[in-house]
Design a protein around this ligand. Structure first.
Ligand code: ZN
Length: 293
């Protein structure tokens, strides 16, 4: 039975890519009863006698899935964040990073509006970049409108764009894939929120990889992360934790905590630690109905 990947879902049809061809298929795998919604990005088994009359039979196990946009098996998340208008937010950035880490999606940080930032802001951004790259996250600036550096990451990956409202996600996606013609601007982004959730998603081939044509969520609640997993979503905490006195150290009130020690020495960014404590409070305060999926 052929295997392929859903690259578009529209009006009850799933468009499955297999060996250079796209097959239009309908679900026949009893998915509703099994509580499965086939997603763009899914690897599937299907049968088809021609290109327009196929049937989707099985959805293979997913690596991960996002709700907005509804895409599975995501490798890369480009976190689009502006440095001015709105101002750069370490808190929001760390929220995206933690969420991506929890889904085993590799983040790339993309800073927009660098061209209109003051020298002071740019100096701070340089320090930010140095730190975040030291813990494994590539940081790209929007300088000179260069997009090649970003598209280099796409090869062999499935990439989704996400980030704060007004950061320029749609502008950036349009720049990378001009055929998209996404609505641009904060107002249309706010108005378009409802439409974006129902809008179909399609994976575009760019530079030897796939890119979701619909930008993702712009705010984050930690609905799926368990408290005991939270410190593991900070790579530099995970690295330090092997030197904590207690194996399951939460880096809060425990004595001889290496994470706290490294915050004191400045090796770990204070804002990362403050955000960690804040996120932990949010997870603890979460309504019980969200505690398990
Ligand atoms: Zn600790």
């Amino acid at each position: 039975m052929p295997k392929g990947q859903i690259r578009k879902a529209l009006s009850g049809f799933y468009y499955v890519y297999h060996e250079g061809e796209t097959y239009q298929t309908r679900g026949r795998g009893n998915f509703r009863n099994r509580n499965i919604t086939p997603l763009v990005g899914d690897w599937v088994e299907f049968e088809s006698t021609n290109l327009t009359d196929g049937y989707l039979l099985e959805v293979l196990e997913r690596e991960n899935e996002l709700i907005r946009p509804p895409v599975s098996n995501v490798d890369l998340g480009v976190v689009v964040t502006s440095c001015v208008q709105p101002n750069f937010s370490y808190n929001l950035l760390d929220r995206f990073l933690v969420t991506l880490e929890s889904k085993r999606i590799k983040p790339i940080i993309y800073i927009t509006k660098v061209d209109i930032a003051s020298d002071d802001v740019i100096e701070e951004l340089q320090q930010m970049r140095e730190y975040y790259e030291s813990i494994g996250y590539p940081v790209l600036f929007s300088e000179n409108g260069k997009k090649e550096k970003l598209t280099e990451f796409f090869t062999d990956n499935l990439t989704v764009f996400m980030g704060q409202s007004g950061a320029g996600k749609s502008t950036l996606l349009n720049n990378i894939a001009p055929q998209l013609d996404l609505e641009v601007g904060e107002i249309s982004e706010a108005l378009g929120r409802g439409r974006h959730t129902t809008r179909h998603v399609e994976l575009l081939e760019i530079n030897g990889g796939l890119v979701a044509d619909t930008p993702g969520f712009s705010s984050i609640e930690f609905l799926e992360i368990e408290l005991e997993d939270l410190p593991k979503e900070f790579p530099e905490f995970l690295e330090a934790s092997q030197f904590c006195k207690f194996r399951e150290c939460m880096h809060h009130k425990e004595p001889k905590c290496e994470v706290k020690h490294r915050v004191e020495t400045g090796e770990i960014l204070q804002s990362r630690y403050d955000n960690y404590l804040q996120f932990a409070e949010e997870v603890k305060a979460r309504k019980p109905k969200y505690n398990k999926k």
